[in-house]
Ligand binder design. Sequence first.
Ligand SMILES: [Zn+2]
Length: 419
Amino acid sequence: MLLRGQKIARVGHVGRHGRAVDARGLLVFPGAVDAHVHLALPVAGTRSADSWETGTRAAAWGGVTCIADFTIGATVHALSQAIRARMRDAEAAAVDFTLRAEMIGWRDDRSAELAGAAKLGVRAFKFYTAYAESGRRTDLGTLAKAMAHIHALGGVAMIHAEAQELTDPEGGPWPEARPEIAESVAIAELGALARATRCRTYVAHISSAAGLAALLTAQAAGAPLMGETCPHYLLLSQEVYERSDGVQYTVTPPLRSDADRRALWSALRKDQLQAVATDHCPFLQTQKLAAPSRARVPSGLGGLPLLPSLLLSEGVATGRIRAQQAAWYLAEGPARAFGLWPRKGAIQAGADADLLLWDPLAEWKVRTDALASAADFSPYEGLRVRGRIVTVFSRGRTLRQGDTLLATPGRGRFVPWQE
Ligand SMILES: [Zn+2]
């Protein structure tokens, strides 16, 4: 492979040119695209722990060379205003990024704002079918109209799928309050809307076998749905909530059973999902402990610096999935879903020179304080990881070499939706 400037110039035999990187014994993957990240997100009266600077440095350390975050939706701002504001927040980014416009308090008469967002390079829009209590819910009627507009724009709807009526907001982000039937019912409803509107629809953080079954049923009926799951649904299960530090594992949707975990791995093996993404939204331990009640614990887990490492260790090194499948879930799948491909997520001439080099024979242990993130809790602390990221390139520049992190804040660039 030949890199020239910030791009991949050629793949295959390249003869002798310039500086050579010896990758004998290593696997080369496209730099990972984390399709689901929340940096400095205001939640429950506090803010997620990683800033744009710490979060994107943690991404670079972990081999994630492009993140997809969100605008901070609000009823009072036009989408274009929210996009511009979030781009200013992102000026400290050390890796490239894209944005989805979060739709809060959406009304039919705001449809014209979609075209304004598209002019700024944003054609993906985030909706919640739950969280009525914080005003974030979009009802199905409004969602259907918005999806028709998004389809006309050639964009994608990203949806947090939980049926409001089947959750208990007072019960907080815990399994009994947010059961898997809330997820499966919402995904079935989205399937019907996506079929009717032909809007490409990306279902965020599928956590359960029931949710997965609803996705596959809708797809088989012709709905253009794409599914995402996250490392915590693949690696962790609900028993952790019984531990003394159980509150630190609060996340929405909540962690499920081992049978659910097995179903999600099986879906990955069968090429049934679009992406594995982190939903990175860590809080400091004190932030979770400070919640006035169990129902008000800020919900979210960290994972950004470990995304490729965990999928390669638990997926590829164990033989559950093939290396090519990992490259799809970590890079090509999410890049295609959000209009970034082939500039991102591809190893081919003309793509950005974003690469990670992985040593399949090395082993290491997760230490939370070595992850470059601001978070002081990782659900993976002490986990033995098989394989190790040796080098990370972003647009031709080295961001990580061995244990040395070379990513500088401010180098990350916004990646607009590619036509
Ligand atoms: Zn999220």
